[in-house]
Design a protein around this ligand. Structure first.
Ligand code: AMP
Ligand code: MG
Length: 341
């Protein structure tokens, strides 16, 4: 008789025996929760359609949403994709790291992985345990974020266990808290002369432009109406979203905080000058002491989860300004998190 306890995935310490066990699960077509430097992933053999079907099922992810294929090293890129000079240059500069390249796919990559597209998204993750598992499994691993589709992404093994209890997932490899905290930057290089940003992420796009020596075209930035600070209707897919309604604000000042109802909470980018001690006012949380974007990104999803679980009627979050560094990725995640259903 299955119990709720037995359907909860176990969190495994990264011992050699556990790594060998997880690699065997992957070779036999199973799914495994894995740490990466961006967010935790739900991994399966990228060259097996059946194995990857398990990912879509556990997440409730529509099969129109393709998966990223993870390699242990850039040398293996030619096993799954058609490589070009721009891809070689970016791989040499940024892998292992939070950059995903979209390239023409080879026939060995199942259609399910690419949602029927002729291109495949590929990266080499920086987390050493993830790469070790790819090597032990002996095959590339497809892995989206290890959360129910549409919910806040997981940045600890405990988040994965919470989100995917009751699914076929049996084990999560514990690799600690994710260092970057937001997903990879996705760059379409299927036409190498016309690089296009598909998703801002953990690698700032200006660093990519520096290596390519040419501009990267960016999607239309998420536009906010000045009056309501709500996302313009129809512009954004809802994703990364807490269940509690979330409102966004260019800046949350003392006057706003003074009027804040007792059953609403705010997530600030940095500690306010006159802040009480952390936790003294439970309605008030902040993502960094000093506004450093890397710290804000690292804490963003965990703080959204913590607030979402605390029973508030509404959440308010501050949006970072600026087009450089991690600001576009943080703005993208918050804007989608706040988008209406
Ligand atoms: P996730 O792994 O959940 O962070 O999502 C991976 C994302 O990668 C997808 O939602 C797509 O936006 C993108 N992606 C994956 N494969 C492709 C592809 N072949 N072409 C364009 N985008 C892709
Ligand atoms: Mg995801």
């Amino acid at each position: 008789m299955p119990t709720s306890r037995s359907s909860s995935p176990r969190i495994l310490r990264p011992t050699p025996a556990n790594l060998a066990r997880l690699a065997a699960t992957l070779r036999h077509g199973g799914i495994v929760g894995v740490p990466s430097e961006t967010v935790y992933g739900l991994a399966a053999d990228a060259l097996s359609e059946d194995a990857c079907a398990g990912i879509f099922k556990a997440k409730g992810r529509p099969t129109t949403d393709p998966l990223i294929v993870h390699l242990a090293s850039a040398r293996e890129l030619g096993r799954v994709a058609e490589v070009n000079d721009a891809a070689r240059a970016l791989a040499a500069a940024f892998w292992p790291g939070p950059l995903t390249l979209v390239l023409p796919k080879l026939a060995c990559v199942p259609d399910l992985v690419t949602a029927g597209k002729a291109t495949v998204a590929v990266r080499v993750p920086a987390h050493p345990l993830f790469r070790r598992l790819i090597r032990l499994a002996g095959r590339p691993l497809a892995a989206p974020s290890a959360n129910p589709f549409g919910y806040v992404s997981p940045t600890t093994a405990a988040h994965v266990r919470e989100g995917l209890s009751g699914t076929a997932l049996r084990s999560v490899l514990d690799g600690g808290e994710c260092r970057v905290g937001v997903e990879s930057t996705i760059l379409d290089l299927s036409q190498p002369g016309r690089p296009r940003l598909l998703r801002p992420g953990g690698l700032p796009v200006e660093e990519i432009e520096r290596v390519l020596g040419r501009p990267v075209s960016r999607p239309r930035p998420a536009r906010l109406s000045a009056a309501t600070a709500a996302p313009a209707p129809g512009m954004l897919a809802r994703h990364y979203s807490p269940r509690t309604p979330l409102s966004l604000h260019p800046r949350l000042d003392g006057a706003f905080l003074a009027r804040l109802p007792g059953d609403e909470a705010v997530l600030l980018l940095r500690r306010p000058a006159d802040a009480p001690a952390r936790g003294a006012d439970p309605r008030l949380r902040w993502l960094s002491e000093d506004g450093e974007l890397a710290t804000i990104a690292r804490h963003l999803f965990a703080e959204l989860r913590a607030l979402d679980g605390a029973g508030w009627r509404r959440l308010h979050a501050e949006l970072p300004a600026g087009g450089e560094g991690l600001a576009p990725a943080i703005r993208d995640r918050l804007t989608r998190a706040a988008a209406k259903r």
